[in-house]
Design a protein around this ligand. Structure first.
Ligand code: TXA
Ligand code: MG
Length: 340
């Protein structure tokens, strides 16, 4: 089962033969890379413990780090979790979309999926190919991001091919992911909803539903295991430093003087007048555009063999939370580089 579906076949949205082949592969215990609106996922039948173990093995992920179960919609949530009225409300408002909810797991959810915990993370992705696959499959797909543990998530099918290659049975190519950063994870296990991982759904959107004081936004909780909360989780291979705008030229010059090949990733402020210097790259100066391009840019820069990547610090505003979170982890993981 090592064939890879061709991009051209799968670029037609929801090409029925691709979906049917992917469903057959999943039913046979296979592993399929699936585009979502956030990042590509590495999916297996969440009821098939053996298939789920293969996902852990392909990623090189420790067995106690739980996976998200992807479902087509809120109708399937009760197959996996105890669904409170609040959970229903959030699903009704944000599903399908980039919101993952951590809920009490039903007793029959394989504990290999939950990393041994009694809670389960659920999400209904909105990408048309993910929706078509989940509806045709009918069950839940345990799917982490389709990268090796510790590396940046794939936002294009080619990224999955590059890093996982033949280890994956099939790759559905749904084009570049719309958001480019992972889903927002909200735990509903405590007294108040709590954001465990900032992501593509802004905290402000959750507050609109839950009220200004209705959600804890103070970062990852120490209690549940969230590998995204490990300091060095989203690491590119090139050592990365986050530097304030004013300090950037001096820092770049100092490193270059040491003989290092340095590249700089800047915010593309509208009206920025400076011409593009050699080894200077830009991402949009607004959080959605920046997030959309970030992982692909980090991959491309990694391939260029620089000794050091200096990233101009984005604003500290909450709308940049997910981007700043991933950049901080990348920086923590890359001095020295971490490949776990
Ligand atoms: O956007 C996304 O969420 C992507 C796409 C593929 O859906 N998936 C993704 O999966 O980022 P992964 O495995 O790379 O990250 C899932 C996060 C992990 O940090 C994991 O620990 C957390 O979800 N998680 C899963 N089950 C959990 C649970 N029961 N309690 C707390 N955190 C949980
Ligand atoms: Mg991941």
């Amino acid at each position: 089962m090592n064939e890879t579906t061709t991009p051209t076949a799968d670029l037609q949205p929801c090409a029925p033969e691709s979906i049917a082949a992917a469903v057959a592969c999943l039913r046979a215990g296979g592993v399929v890379a699936v585009p979502t609106e956030t990042v590509y996922g590495l999916g297996a039948d969440a009821r098939n413990a053996e298939a789920v173990r293969r996902v852990f093995a392909i990623k090189g992920r420790p067995a106690d780090h739980p996976l998200i179960v992807h479902v087509a919609g809120a109708e399937q949530a009760a197959d996996w979790a105890v669904v409170s009225p609040l959970a229903r409300q959030l699903m009704a408002r944000f599903w399908p979309g980039p919101l993952t909810l951590v809920l009490p797991a039903r007793g029959d959810v394989p504990r290999v999926v939950t990393g041994g915990q009694d809670s389960v993370a659920l999400r209904a992705p909105s990408h048309p190919l993910a929706q078509a696959l989940l509806r045709a499959f009918g069950g839940g797909l345990a799917a982490p991001s389709a990268n090796r543990f510790g590396a940046v998530s794939p936002t294009e099918a080619q990224h999955v091919r590059d890093s996982l290659g033949d280890a994956v049975d099939r790759i559905l190519d749904g084009g570049p992911c719309r958001f480019g950063v992972e889903s927002t994870i909200v735990s509903l296990l405590g007294e108040r909803p709590r954001i465990l991982r900032p992501g593509a759904l802004p905290a402000a959107a959750l507050r609109e539903v839950l009220g200004a004081d209705g959600i804890d936004c103070d970062g990852a909780s120490p209690a549940p295991r969230v590998p995204g909360a490990l300091a060095a989780h989203y690491a590119p291979a090139t050592p990365l430093e986050i530097v304030d705008t004013v300090a950037l030229p001096e820092r770049a010059a100092a490193l270059r003087q040491q003989g290092l090949r340095v590249c700089v990733l800047c915010l593309d402020h509208p009206g920025r007048s400076a011409p593009l210097a050699a080894d200077e790259f830009f991402l949009p100066a607004q959080p959605e555009g920046y997030a959309h391009g970030l992982y692909a840019r980090l991959r491309a820069l990694d391939a260029m063999g620089y000794d050091r990547l200096l990233v101009e610090a984005p604003p500290a505003a909450e709308s940049w939370w997910a981007v700043n979170d991933r950049l901080a982890r990348a920086a923590a993981g890359s001095a020295p580089p971490v490949f776990d």
